[in-house]
Ligand binder design. Structure first.
Ligand code: PLP
Length: 393
């Protein structure tokens, strides 16, 4: 190891330790679920996972992955256009497209890669301007940077008047692409989708919606933010993850028109230069989707738990950020405070992550609770009591 680099890295870690902002990774000894076995802490109650529907360890999801491994082996051992793809990829893509109301879908090894693929391909070969919400996920921010569009505007969070003004700035004849999260991951609020769709139509802009925290969570059947607003089939491009509600393994997808997916297959760099989704993951995600189709009551249960969390915290004097999603953030101020609250909660057997700078602006550090359909009413109550007492301490 280069000695200078070793010294620099040690200093960086020491600074994080001194500031109390170093993230601690927690090894788990049991599957994701309402309770997990955590090294050094025993069984802890989880309110920080994206396993919104409790499907990560569902027997059908696990068995489908095992069966996929037996049937297809570990993977394609190359990118799709060089070595082919498996039936399970096509089956999953067709099911996902049907689910979110588009003609087609294309899978990737992560939603991070899917955002890079969609935004990169839309900016290639034509003069393009991208307009992006200031609180969009990091994968969108980085994808736009890498895509190097001819023009870029970052508009104030969920501010449709600001977006409209930015759209008016785009020169004539230029492709315009508007990108937004459906559910904003640090705030838990929803994009005002009806107005967003209206503006995109009026200004001939392509709408890309990252629905990673909306898929499986919003709408009567969990079809996401568009279903929540009665706009299924009205969004040009949907990007989402398989690593949250849909089984929680990993992977992402882009859903849109047949032509869009065909062009991404030809042009998107994460598709051309990176392996296909492992078949175990594809089979598990498909099984998760089938369970969700069969059991929409999981979505209702998630909604009930999220509302109980928000209402319970508010009734005890905290001010959780409002919203209809499964994300319930409570602002605590400084990054070190969020880390300390999260540590104290863990000592009481509750796993809730604290987020601070640079993930959120300094002074707005928070503990972020996430509801799951798998939590019992008693577990939700336990979380409310513990969070209230540690935040108010
Ligand atoms: C809004 C959003 N987009 C994309 C991603 C990336 O998802 P993945 O883990 O599939 O890369 C996340 C994950 O945190 C997210 O919250």
């Amino acid at each position: 190891m280069n000695a200078t680099l070793a010294t620099e890295l040690s200093a960086e870690l020491a600074a994080l330790d001194a500031a109390g902002t170093r993230k601690r990774l927690r090894p788990l000894g049991s599957p994701q679920g309402p309770l997990v076995r955590m090294a050094g802490h025993g069984d802890v109650l989880v309110l920080s996972s994206n396993d919104y529907l409790g499907l990560a360890a569902h027997p059908e999801v696990v068995e489908a992955g095992i069966e996929g491994l037996r049937r297809y082996g570990a993977g394609t051992a190359s990118v799709r256009f060089i070595c082919g793809l498996f039936d399970c990829h096509l089956e999953l893509e067709q099911a996902l497209a049907g689910w979110v109301g588009t003609e087609a879908a294309l899978t990737f090894t992560s939603a991070w890669a899917a955002n890079e693929a969609a935004i990169g391909a839309l900016c290639a070969g034509r003069e393009t301007w991208v307009l992006s919400d200031e609180l969009n996920h990091a994968s969108i921010v980085d994808a736009i940077r890498r895509a190097r569009p001819a023009g870029k505007r970052v508009y104030a969070h969920a501010d449709m008047a600001a977006l409209e003004a930015a759209l008016r700035e785009v020169p004539a004849g230029v492709r315009r692409v508007v990108v937004s999260d459906g559910v904003f991951s640090m705030e838990g609020d929803l994009v005002p989708l009806p107005r967003l769709v209206e503006l995109c139509r009026a200004h001939d802009a392509v709408l890309v919606l990252d629905d990673s925290h909306g898929t499986g969570v919003l709408g009567e059947r969990g079809r996401g933010t568009p279903e929540q607003f009665g706009l299924l089939g009205e969004v040009d491009v949907i990007v989402s993850t398989l690593g949250k509600a849909l089984g929680g393994a990993a992977g992402g997808f882009v859903a849109g028109s047949r032509e869009l997916c065909a062009v991404l297959e030809q042009r998107a760099r994460p598709q051309l230069f990176s392996n296909a989704l492992p078949p175990t993951v594809a089979c598990s995600a498909l099984a998760a989707l089938r369970v969700l189709e069969r059991e929409p009551q999981r979505v209702a249960r998630l909604r009930t738990n999220a509302a109980a969390l928000r209402d319970g915290l508010a009734a005890r004097g905290l001010r959780p950020l409002p919203g209809d999603s499964g994300i319930v953030p409570v602002i605590v101020g400084e990054t070190a405070t969020a880390v300390a609250v999260s540590e104290r909660l863990l000592a009481r057997g509750l796993f809730v992550t604290g987020f601070g700078h640079p993930v959120v602006p300094e002074g707005t550090a928070r503990v972020r609770l996430q509801a799951s359909a798998a939590l019992s009413a008693a577990q939700v109550q336990q979380a409310i009591e513990a969070v209230t007492s540690e935040v108010q301490r």
